[in-house]
Design a protein around this ligand. Structure first.
Ligand code: KIV
Ligand code: NA
Length: 276
């Protein structure tokens, strides 16, 4: 394979940090791929980031597959993971296998991500058994935000810390190839990272995970609706975008754009013949 494979990704644990990001289209998939990002997640965050919903619940399999196909076309080297949307895997292991398989068959992905801990272990094991690599996702699982009582750091008290450790081990046993830890205290993320044999990929989970992931428009400073504490802004694309739009607006109104450089011309001969 010219792509980073699942075993190669697992082998990075303890050797080098894994760099993951989300993407939703081919333009950014290409840039991420060329930059050397190891894993591109086609996140169901697309529901909020691209489609404008309040949370991730409304996005459908069909919508996710459109984003997955676009990203897959742009990623030559990076492993592409399709994020299974709400209700595409919870109903039964059979439905989970069918929908996970669609991310590979139709979406061009190499793996899927499933939210949930021990309660999803049986389903995840069934998907893995079908030959579909699964990335786990525990801690703050946005598809369960209503049940969790909002978007909060998970595993802060003893009981919930123990639950997360238990979840991590259950998912390792179920056969996940990596594990996203979202909004988890850094000491707990470090402990889980030491305890499991597969790479942990942190988001709001401190520096001791085996890798990191962020939502791309967050790190670009493009998504302004909600800015979590764990995001670092590496650029201000929203501000750059506003500057470009204002300049365009002004130049069109003033007749500066398009200029001679951006215009096509008739030959003198044709002009003469037309009398213009
Ligand atoms: O949907 C998403 O972008 C995610 C990442 C935040 C891990 O699940
Ligand atoms: Na997600």
């Amino acid at each position: 394979f010219s792509k980073i494979t699942v075993p190669e990704l697992i082998a990075k644990k303890g050797r080098e940090k894994i760099c993951a990001l989300t993407a939703y289209d081919v333009l950014w998939a290409r840039l991420l791929d060329e930059a050397g990002i190891d894993l591109i997640l086609v996140g169901d965050s697309a529901a909020m980031i691209v489609l404008g919903y309040e949370d991730t619940l409304p996005i459908t399999m069909e919508e996710m597959l459109i984003f997955a196909r676009a990203v897959s076309r742009g990623a030559k080297r990076a492993l592409v993971v399709g994020d299974m949307p709400f209700l595409s895997y919870q109903i039964s292991p059979e439905e989970a296998i069918k929908n996970a398989g669609r991310f590979l068959k139709e979406g061009g992905c190499q793996a899927v991500k499933i939210e949930g801990g021990e309660e999803m272990a049986e389903t995840i094991a069934a998907v893995v058994k079908a030959g579909i690599p699964v990335m786990g996702h525990i801690g703050l699982t946005p598809q369960r935000a209503h049940a969790l009582g909002g978007f909060k750091v998970q595993g802060r008290d003893l009981e919930s810390a123990k639950k997360l450790i238990n979840d991590a081990k259950a998912l390792e046993d179920a056969g996940v190839f990596s594990l996203v830890l979202e909004c988890v205290p850094k000491e707990l993320a470090a402990y889980i990272t030491r305890e499991v044999s597969v790479p942990t990929i942190g988001i709001g989970a401190g520096p001791h995970c085996d890798g990191q992931i962020l939502v791309l428009p967050d790190l670009l400073g493009l998504f302004e609706a909600f800015r979590p504490k764990f995001v670092k802004f590496y650029a201000n694309f929203a501000e750059e975008g506003r500057k470009a739009l204002n300049a365009y607006l002004q130049e069109v109104k003033e007749g500066v754009f398009p200029g001679a450089k951006e215009s096509f011309s008739l030959s003198d001969e044709v002009k003469k013949a037309l009398g213009i």
